[in-house]
Design a protein around this ligand. Structure first.
Ligand SMILES: C[S@@+](CC[C@H](N)C(=O)[O-])C[C@H]1O[C@@H](n2cnc3c(N)ncnc32)[C@H](O)[C@@H]1O
Length: 298
């Protein structure tokens, strides 16, 4: 089985504008698809790759230009420093889960298979999805599904979970589906479950906090002219990236100088978000929600 099929591969690699002797970071190694293309373009340069999943660590192809770190990318700067690297020439992050993580039933990322409600990208992580469902109060659960799943009936969702867990804890995918069944909109069940599971996954893995840390630290370590290339898979992440690239902050608040010019640390390489074409989607349907943004540090 393939570990992963990279999305927007050509567009994102081109966006990195690789110098053969530069230092690059792939924050999300996964199956190494993006990394392999970067390595092909390096001569004296180096690639530092991160992935917190030990399964990704297990399939890394050795290469003398590659340093793989089985680490969370939110510790980008410390890890680079530890390896005597102060600045880099480009960073790519292809966020979310790999096909491998999604397709391994026992990891509990998808509603398609019954399995324990786990969803940790880092198998050594302390908190699983089932723990959140067991311990979070009703308001926090409602906020979680509203914020991370963009589900407008999040209060009812939280109410049903809290009522159900008084009788029996929700520990498996089927437990969750059983409780949520009555709230699933007719003929949109899959979309509804996908959003529920996405929301839990984002919370379990602190995905938004990790992304914000990564973006802030990338700004510090990127050289002038260095590229930041980010592929997101849902609107919440995309908004964070878009705002940060446009204004240098996550809220998208514009700061202007005396002359009314926008003060920003980046030059946008693509003003309009890049999405996969029909041909790519036909060959890899899971790439359909990918959104690519590229910026250059000024
Ligand atoms: C969409 S896949 C990347 C696929 C990769 N570009 C390829 O071509 O195969 C996302 C990967 O990022 C990893 N990941 C997600 N969040 C991470 C984090 N905070 N730190 C390190 N790795 C992370 C996941 O474990 C997963 O393997």
């Amino acid at each position: 089985m393939v570990y992963h099929v990279p999305a927007l591969l050509d567009e994102s690699i081109e966006g990195l504008n690789i110098k053969p002797d530069g230092i690059y970071v792939d924050a999300t190694y996964g199956g190494g698809g993006h990394s392999a293309e970067i390595l092909k373009r390096l001569k004296k340069g180096r690639l530092i790759a991160f992935d917190l999943d030990e399964d990704a660590a297990g399939i890394v192809k050795p290469d003398k230009k590659l340093l793989f770190l089985n680490q969370n990318f939110r510790f980008l700067r410390n890890n680079l420093r530890f390896n005597n690297i102060e600045t880099i020439d480009g960073l790519i992050a292809d966020l979310g889960v790999s096909f491998h993580q999604f397709d391994e039933p026992e990891r509990g990322f998808t509603f398609r298979y019954n399995a324990p409600l786990d969803m940790r990208m880092n198998k050594a992580g302390a908190v699983k999805a089932a723990d959140l469902l067991r311990t979070m109060d009703e308001t926090s659960l409602a906020n979680l599904f509203y914020e991370f799943g963009e589900l407008t009936n999040s209060r009812r969702i939280a109410g049903e979970i809290v009522a159900a867990r008084r009788i029996k804890p929700l520990t498996t995918v089927n437990d969750m589906i059983e409780v949520m069944k009555k709230l699933a909109p007719y003929r949109q069940e899959h979309k509804f479950y996908a959003r529920l599971f996405q929301a839990l996954r984002i919370a379990v893995n602190h995905e938004i906090e990790n992304l914000k840390e990564l973006l802030e630290q990338s700004l510090v370590v990127l050289n002038r002219g260095g590229r930041l290339v980010v592929i997101t898979y849902h609107s919440l992440e995309d908004r964070v990236v878009k705002n940060f690239m446009r204004t240098g902050n996550f809220e998208g608040v514009e700061e202007k100088d005396f002359y009314g010019n926008l003060v920003t640390p980046f030059r946008l390489i693509n003003r309009k978000v890049i999405t996969p074409g029909e041909e790519e989607i036909a060959g890899n349907n899971r790439a359909r929600s990918a959104r690519l943004r590229i910026a250059e540090k000024i």
